[in-house]
Design a protein around this ligand. Structure first.
Ligand code: OAK
Length: 797
């Protein structure tokens, strides 16, 4: 596509799709016009991919996920379609600011954190590889809340990404599926009829997901809840207007909001309804497609692989069995076999508070037939394995992890360490009964978004050095290794980072009115706020360091900017206190004339995918400091390493594998191992001991306790202090001393810029393995038994 053709296409959409005259068009109108122009190009390739999937009778992968944390789509689409030059030139001619257009797009924030972002990376990788796939989820009207700070405190505001027209989706009113809840069951022989008492409709909305070079395109189908019977005219005519609209409002509630809890289970009825709603709609859509092509349901596992992204879609097991037994007359045991061979399950956390358990009473009321089937599935499993030791139903609850395990032919962890911990802890008994079921598929990230698109300076440098094959074969980055010995290359590498840091410093000055020194170490911790992720460990080190600088302000300190980003779940009191403390610490430190040139703290509000794309390319140091054994994998850690930030981290999740790849000398390791953590917890008074042994830690805690960061309310953080001193389940105090040591090592290393640049470049060169393309190939081989289809030729740029 030439710039002139692009310009014509934009103007065409501006006038005929948006009904706007160029003279009056706003940024929004230009953005929509550009999006439609790009979308047109995508649609042809998307159709072609679908045609090929049908023609080749390829096995399809179905990724069921409650969350897809996509972020913005426009730039991603432009880059993958190789249309950037055309778009920039066309817009220049039209005198429209390209960057402003990109920034105008709201993030699609249909997820909380890691699990949702992983699903988005997987969708992009499956399209790049040419794996015929479809993502299924919920089209939340309100995505993850927007975060604002008011006097340092987090305030949540509703997110409304759909208040403007969404350029990337196609409404599919013809794909409307009835979903029932409640009611009663009538058993007739081996089958049953379920008569729900409440019905609503799931309507599909399709977003094309285009892969690199436009060689393949898959679909993300998101369900919107709609009422079965819209509006009650009788009531309206009687003048009861609110009641007339009630059924509609009630049904729509189901796809209204994303639950804002990351790795905590709330056990709410609406949540269970959301889970069943999207899972059932997806399965029935899958079966409808399958039955349009094949007439033998026993072929299902050969032609479809259904992945359950954590236990949120775990009702897929019993629902698929129900659809096969009650609606298609297949024998129960055979149905369980078909379902199991089709389904697989990914576990994303072992935190006890995250493991879903549904009250039997609630489940029986909402899904009476499913509860019956769960009991039968459970009995059958116990019979098959010859023991009653493990059970999916216990103590009046259905345990969704166990149910998922029993109903899946493969169960996977998301990093090597996490997978081993699954085998030895939560799924120990099940693993012993089914020793081949658990496999590891270490997470990955898409290099298109997380390097090519977000870091153009580094991308250009890489391409100049080794060509552009790295974009879809990220392990090619190893070819950079010989260049690392070249002083000129290293200088360019450092220059790219410096320019990214300058950009970020300017952005922070403008948005937060805080001046930061681009020569300082940019030390970044961005992720959900959670005790196990230990933002408070980072804060304690910050405070201790600040106090030490104050003791001796004229000793040449290595300047540092600590950057935090992340949201706390609205009901998670401790996490919200950490948010507030971070802001209070920032206020005191940034205005301290003795220290502020050496140490600043910035906490931009509303951390999201787009902000990550700004921060990561400008980072020097990546904070991956969770209590060992608690972070299943992490994926931010991979994005940082790829973009040349050095990690300061524990032996947790994928950090272990990152360290092996980038080599131990290019990684700041500290802290206890997962085994040591388990041992340490057994010691009564472990935190008191740690505090007594380290005066720096004692002084930092005392500063918080005495109200140095909350002079107007000295007791504000006594909750945090008490927790640290008396409980400290996540062993912040016990890891502090070693963390401090590693931080000082980072200072020393940063003071030798050439050595630092070499270590950073080595991180980039060795991060290729962390591409989600590699992860997807692993799933295709070990879990889905699916093959890539022959892809379409490259999109002409
Ligand atoms: C969210 C809700 C329930 C259960 C797990 C999560 C979740 O986001 N887990 C995260 O998944 C990521 C992707 O696998 C991992 O990288 C994170 O370590 C894990 O916390």
């Amino acid at each position: 596509m030439t710039p002139a053709q692009m310009k014509d296409a934009i103007l065409h959409h501006l006038v005929y799709t948006l009904g706007k005259d160029a003279a009056h068009a706003q940024t929004y109108d230009w953005r929509m016009a550009l999006s439609f122009a790009v979308r047109d190009k995508i649609v042809d390739r998307w159709f072609e991919a679908t045609r090929r999937t049908y023609a080749g009778q390829h096995k399809r992968v179905y990724y069921l996920s409650m969350e897809f944390l996509i972020g913005r789509l426009l730039k991603d689409a432009i880059i993958n379609m190789r249309l950037e030059e055309a778009a920039i030139d066309a817009l220049q001619e039209l005198k429209v600011d390209y960057q402003a257009i990109l920034e105008d797009e709201p993030d699609a924030a249909l997820g909380n954190g890691g699990l949702g972002r992983l699903a988005a990376c997987f969708m992009e990788s499956m399209s790049t590889i040419g794996c015929p796939a479809m993502g299924y989820g919920i089209r939340y009207e309100n995505g993850l809340f927007r975060q604002r700070f008011e006097n340092g405190r987090q305030v949540e505001e509703p997110e409304d990404w759909l208040s403007q027209r969404h350029a990337w989706e196609f409404e599919r009113p013809e794909v409307s599926i009835d979903i029932g809840f409640g009611g009663h069951v009538q058993e007739i022989g081996k089958r049953a009829n379920w008569y729900p008492s409440e019905m609503l409709i799931a309507m599909g909305h399709d977003t094309p997901i285009i892969g690199w070079r436009g060689r393949w395109g898959n679909t993300l189908r998101l369900w919107e809840a709609r009422p079965m019977h819209g509006f009650d005219l009788q009531r309206f005519n009687r003048g009861d207007y609110a009641a007339a609209a009630e059924p509609e409002a009630l049904a729509r509630t189901l796809s209204r909001v994303l639950y804002p809890d990351d790795t905590t289970e709330q056990g709410k009825e609406l949540r269970l309804k959301q889970e069943f709603f999207f899972t059932s709609a997806s399965l029935r859509d899958i079966l409808r497609r399958f039955e349009s092509e094949y007439d033998d349901l026993r072929l299902l596992p050969k032609k479809a692989a259904i992945q359950m992204n954590d236990t949120h879609p775990a009702i897929a097991g019993p629902e698929l069995v129900r659809l096969l037994v009650d609606e298609r007359g297949i024998d129960f045991e055979e149905a369980v076999g078909i379902a199991r061979n089709t389904l697989s399950y990914t576990n994303h956390t072992l935190l006890p508070e995250a493991l879903e358990r549904w009250d039997e009473g609630l489940m029986g009321r909402l899904l009476p037939r499913h509860l019956q089937l769960i009991f039968r599935i459970n009995e059958l499993h116990m019979k098959d394995v010859g023991t009653r030791k493990v059970t999916a139903v216990d103590d009046g609850h259905v345990k969704m992890g166990e149910l998922s395990f029993i109903m899946a032919h493969r169960v996977n962890g998301v990093s090597a360490l996490h997978t081993e911990l699954m085998k030895s802890t939560v799924f120990k008994d099940l693993h012993e009964l089914h020793p081949n079921r658990i496999v590891n598929e270490t997470n990955g990230v898409t290099p298109r978004r997380w390097l090519l698109s977000c870091n153009p300076r580094l991308s250009t440098l890489i391409t100049d050095a080794i060509g552009d094959d790295w974009v879809d074969d990220l392990e090619q980055l190893e070819k950079l290794e010989p260049h690392i010995d070249d002083a000129a290359f290293l200088e360019s590498y450092a220059a790219a980072k410096r320019q990214n840091k300058n950009d970020l410093a300017n952005w922070i000055a403008e948005k937060l009115e805080v001046g930061i020194d681009p020569e300082a170490i940019f030390d970044v911790q961005i992720k959900r706020i959670h005790e196990y992720k230990r933002q408070h460990l980072n804060l304690l080190e910050t405070i201790a360091h600040w106090l030490e600088i104050r003791d001796n302000p004229n000793q040449g300190w290595v300047p540092r900017v600590k950057i935090f980003g992340g949201k706390a779940a609205p009901g998670y009191v401790f996490a919200k206190e950490i948010v507030r403390l971070t802001n209070d610490v920032a206020k005191v430190l940034n205005s301290d004339p003795l220290t502020s040139r050496y140490l600043k703290v910035v906490y931009p509000p509303n951390y999201n995918v787009s902000l990550a794309e700004k921060l990561i390319p400008a980072s020097d140091l990546s904070e991956q400091i969770s209590t060992a054994g608690k972070e299943a994998s992490g994926t931010g850690n991979m994005k940082f390493a790829l973009n040349g930030a050095l990690t300061i981290g524990t032996l947790d999740g994928a950090n272990v594998e990152i360290r092996e790849h980038v080599k131990p000398e290019n990684f700041f390791l500290f802290g206890m191992t997962a085994d040591e953590v388990m041992e340490r917890r057994k010691i009564g008074g472990h935190s008191g001991q740690a505090i007594a042994a380290d005066p720096r830690l004692a002084r930092a805690i005392e500063a918080i306790r005495a109200g140095r960061f909350s002079p107007d309310e000295p007791g504000r953080y006594h909750g945090i202090v008490d927790n640290l001193v008396h409980h400290d389940y996540f062993l912040v105090c016990s890891d502090f001393t070693d963390y401090w040591r590693a931080q000082r090592e980072a200072d020393t290393a940063f003071a030798a810029p050439k050595d630092w640049a070499r270590m950073a470049a080595f991180n980039t060169a060795r991060s290729g393995w962390f591409s989600s393309d590699r992860t997807i190939r692993g799933y295709m081989a070990d879990v889905w038994h699916a093959e890539a289809a022959p892809t379409v030729e490259d999109a002409a740029g």
